[in-house]
Design a protein around this ligand. Structure first.
Ligand SMILES: Nc1ncnc2c1ncn2[C@@H]1O[C@H](COP(=O)(O)OP(=O)(O)O)[C@@H](O)[C@H]1O
Ligand SMILES: [Mg+2]
Length: 260
């Protein structure tokens, strides 16, 4: 599956060149704008294995660096350390993808700071080991930029990155992605659904509905479901019933009635 771009076709090629230069790359964009997809594409293009961490899920230092465990070697119990994604990427010269880096806890920031600047070094607090990154080691981080508000990123951390601003794919590009990634191949229905999605994006930007409702993930689910049920029911199941707020649900029903 390829990475698609709107008019700004510099994103992928710039990202690849910046990674080859060993710049830390920060992807800024709303959820579903293809940040993870771009990181995977770069990993593939430069031929580097990718290790991922999500700072909003993998909260503690152990999930980043690893943990101690007891292993039975030749009948003896031995304490060993299982490397976490950050340590593994640094040692093997992999691409480290740090998702939702703006959600990192303050106590995690010093760990990341040393990894991301000229030192490219980390002292593992669990083992005392000083790890200097393999020369091939690279970093891509991502933050989800909401229409409604985003937790700002720590300045010292932000300083260590060059930035790529990401936007939702739309229009003809979006139709191509649906053709490639969903089961739906009926171009007339795709045209209608893309127009409906555009209305949802506008509503999300105005804060009327949650961004997830207009995301490409929800859109692809919707397209798949239309191949087995009427479009109205597909919208219900892929989008409306996921929302808790009745006003948001009604806003989407209105948009549906206008488009179908
Ligand atoms: N530019 C793109 N090219 C191809 N597929 C895309 C693109 N943007 C989004 N998608 C599709 O939307 C889904 C969500 O994208 P993802 O990369 O997970 O977004 P993010 O990480 O920004 O939340 C992907 O699995 C992919 O199917
Ligand atoms: Mg992602």
């Amino acid at each position: 599956m390829k990475f698609y771009q709107n008019e700004d076709t510099t994103i992928l090629s710039d990202a690849v060149e910046m990674i080859k230069m060993k710049k830390n790359v920060l992807l800024k964009g709303p959820t579903g704008s293809g940040k993870t997809k771009l990181a995977e594409t770069i990993s593939h293009q430069v031929g580097q294995k990718m290790n991922s961490v999500n700072c909003s899920v993998d909260l503690d230092a152990e999930s980043l660096l690893g943990f101690k465990t007891i292993e039975n070697i030749d009948g003896n119990n031995v304490i060993t350390f299982v490397d976490g994604p950050v340590v593994e990427a640094m040692k093997n010269g992999n691409l480290l993808y740090i998702d939702e880096i703006n959600m990192a806890k303050p106590e995690t920031l010093p760990i990341l700071n040393g990894v991301l600047d000229y030192r490219r070094t980390l002292t593992n607090p669990f083992t005392g080991e000083v790890i200097t990154a393999h020369p091939d080691f690279t970093v891509i981080a991502a933050i989800n930029v909401g229409y409604v508000g985003t937790l700002p990123m720590n300045e010292a951390l932000k300083n260590r990155f060059v930035v790529l601003d990401m936007h939702y794919i739309s229009g003809e590009t979006l139709k191509e992605v649906i053709m490639e990634q969903s089961l739906l191949q009926d171009i007339n229905l795709i045209n209608q659904i893309v127009k409906f999605n555009q209305d949802l994006v506008t509503m999300a930007m105005q804060g009327q509905i949650a961004e997830e409702a207009s995301s490409i993930r929800a859109l692809l689910d919707l397209c798949d479901l239309t191949t087995i049920m009427p479009v109205e029911r597909a919208i219900q199941r892929a989008i409306i019933d996921k929302l808790d707020d009745e006003r948001e649900q009604n806003a989407i029903i209105n948009a549906m009635e206008l488009n179908f």
